[in-house]
Design a protein around this ligand. Sequence first.
Ligand code: GUN
Ligand code: ZN
Length: 451
Amino acid sequence: MAGGNATAGRAEGAGNDAEVAAYRGEILHFVGDPAVLGAAAHRHHADGVLVVRDGRVAAAGAAGEVLPTLPQGTRVVDYRGKLIMPGFVDTHVHYAQTDIIASYGEQLLDWLERYTYPAEARFADPAHAAEVADFFIGELLANGTTTAMVFATSHPASVDAIFAAGQARSMRLVAGKVLMDRNVPASVRDTAEGGFDDSRALIERWHGRGRLSYAVTPRFAPTSTERQLALCGRLLDEHPGVFLQSHVAENRGEVAWVAELFPWSRSYLDVYDHYGLLRERAVYAHCIHLDAHDRRRMAESGAAMSFCPTSNLFLGSGLFDLPAAAGSGVRVGLGTDIGGGTSLSMLRTLDEAYKVTHMAGHTLAPLSAFHLATLGGAASLRLDDRIGSFETAREADFIVLDLAATPLLARRMERAETLAERLFALMILGDDRAVHATYVLGRPVHTRARA
Ligand code: GUN
Ligand code: ZN
């Protein structure tokens, strides 16, 4: 079970029906980007307390300071020996590809034809969609991911399924119906007008309902006609606050195909720019084969990049240039990109992010890595005023990490002296076994069973 309970003071304050709980343990969270603010970007309390009131952060600080301020009778959950952090933010993932993770042998375009479209065709069946969505959300939470930006499929029922599964756990989710009206099998193809109408109906049904947000979701430029891309811009113009998610410049064959299909474009990214799809709340996965002009356009438009290292390695796509992205000032988040990606664990994803960055002669510092997986991801989705940090009044999505979850982790931690060393060992060696518990809006939604 979770840590032991104690109570502060005597009894629950009479007449006070606010729900307050406190969590005592090592606490780490970010208030800014370590690349910008250095050590001032994070808050670390070796013996800290996180106070949650009605699902929001009421306080986070040193135990010696916070404990005496707790209302009498406050329940204090004892997580001493464990690390409490904001939940992870996965900025790019396909729930409908859960069952094709680890499919052998192909690079992007053949992988889509051979594995992805057949798997996605099955989501015409609402019962199948509901079953996969429920499993997928359970896996996200078991991996400590409390917010995700999710591709459904081209079937509206697949969007209903993922939103319903997220809503059942009060999760913050951004998701949308895939738009693709050419160059794909009929079983997953829509039409420009039909996709527009379906997206509009889904926006009306789901966007802004509880913690759910809608994302207009053109799969990628090669599978949409120019008419469909133009209608994506119209959906965004007509529905302020709605997101956009897509893919760009992942694979060299894909880039060449886009140049053939859109001969007038300066670059792949320019196609999206032409239709007004570079803007705030637009998140593009991969962004590998971009030039400096493209990066600048991303930054000045307010769009964000999702760095998906396990997918980029698995599909043989290439190496994302994190320092170049950061240097251009664009927002960057981290994505697992299941099923091109190979793990739903953001710890596994950080491990590969480190290696990809290292291949290009740079390093990904541990504090920057955990910022990327939490507040940085939230900022790339422009949700950093709500999630990703323990600043007061943020939504209380948090995880409890066990840095001794495996014998090897425990042994390595004994040799680690600084916070940065411990975080680094955690991201290189850790996975879902290190996620002891996950809380959404202050409620436990996952507790790891003992091995
Ligand atoms: N590009 C277009 N569709 C996809 C997809 O499903 N996965 C990845 N990794 N890239 C894509
Ligand atoms: Zn993807």
